[in-house]
Design a protein around this ligand. Structure first.
Ligand code: EPU
Length: 287
């Protein structure tokens, strides 16, 4: 299949924050060969390459992105396949919500914590996304990636140096998918109850407005949300960007926020928390 290249594609609508300008060039490759061809072209031009996941942990600049933005949004990357040995292959483009739902339907347990994370597998691998006490690499057996030179590699979990919200192996490579550990079999009813319990907890503690999830990483042993809250910052606004009154580690878009407004609010929050708590917060979102 030929990948169609689009010019000046708006990226804001492809992010959960709903902020940001266009990509100079945008492409949704339909196969490994397409992706390799795109990378070869980008090297030859040359043009900088950016990988867009589900855009849930990302702030796109107002002026957009000067380069080639590649998204694995084509359905070819959204596989969920139970292998004969019981492990599950998931493609980078599969949404975590769907991973969780498909596993529940098949009566497979262990993926319930992924339900509320608004991203796809690729993004979750890239940043070792987590919630409810678990994180993505808890369930990964093998990671498949493509280097920027177009080489496909499979790396066992034991070869990866992942930590909290970080996977160094994907800093300069593209996650293509993963083989997940052979899950435990359970009653679909029980799995669904666990998912529902997590959903209820999340709905009570996290905002519904557009956001990029938590803006800062939790410093060791404490919660960034609590620190921001205790610094008196809930409800602080710059334009349409606001520190969520529900959970202080979320910056929400009240309607027409710009990236500049979000960045200014991030700067003010960091400065205030440093002043009040003496702690330097580190962004989790790619700013
Ligand atoms: N808290 C406050 N005020 C707030 C927010 C939180 O006092 O405005 C307090 C809570 O009452 C609680 C503690 O801080 O005692 C921890 O709060 P919570 O359970 O909401 O967890 P968190 O540490 O703030 C982490 C992850 C979330 C994940 C939740 C639930 C990070 C940065 N955040 O939040 O992940 O959904 O646990 O498991 O690791 C994300 O990474 O984007 C994200 C949303």
């Amino acid at each position: 299949a030929e990948t169609s290249l689009r010019r000046d594609e708006l990226l804001g609508p492809k992010t959960t924050m709903r902020v940001g300008g266009p990509a100079r060039i945008y492409a949704e490759p339909a196969s490994v060969a397409d992706l390799q061809a795109l990378l070869r072209t980008a090297t030859a031009v040359p043009v900088e390459v950016f990988i867009l996941g589900r855009g849930s942990n990302l702030l796109v600049p107002d002026e957009g992105v000067e380069g080639l933005v590649i998204s694995l949004a084509h359905e070819a990357w959204a596989q969920f396949e139970v292998r004969p040995d019981g492990r599950i292959w998931v493609g980078a483009g599969l949404r975590l919500k769907n991973l969780c739902g498909l596993a529940a339907k098949a009566g497979l347990s262990g993926f319930e914590f992924l339900e509320g994370i608004p991203g796809n597998v690729g993004g979750a691998l890239r940043m070792n996304a987590g919630a409810m006490g678990g994180w993505m690499f808890d369930v990964v057996d093998e990671l498949q990636l493509m280097t920027m030179a177009g080489e496909v590699q499979s790396l066992p979990r034991t070869a990866l140096k992942v930590t909290y919200r970080h996977c160094p192996e994907l800093e300069r490579a593209i996650g293509l998918g993963a083989l997940l550990r052979r899950p435990a079999y359970a009653n679909a009813e029980v799995v669904n109850q666990q998912i529902a319990a997590y959903r209820t907890k999340r709905q009570a503690t996290q905002p519904r407005e557009p956001s990029a999830g938590c803006i800062f990483k939790n410093p060791p042993g404490t919660s960034a949300g609590r620190l921001i809250d205790e610094s008196g910052l809930k409800g602080t606004r710059v334009g349409d960007a606001e520190v969520s009154p529900v959970h202080a580690n979320f910056i929400i878009n009240r309607g027409h926020a710009t990236a500049a407004e979000v960045l200014e609010l991030v700067r003010r929050v960091r400065a205030r928390v440093k002043e009040v708590k003496g702690i330097n917060l580190e962004p989790e979102v790619l700013l």
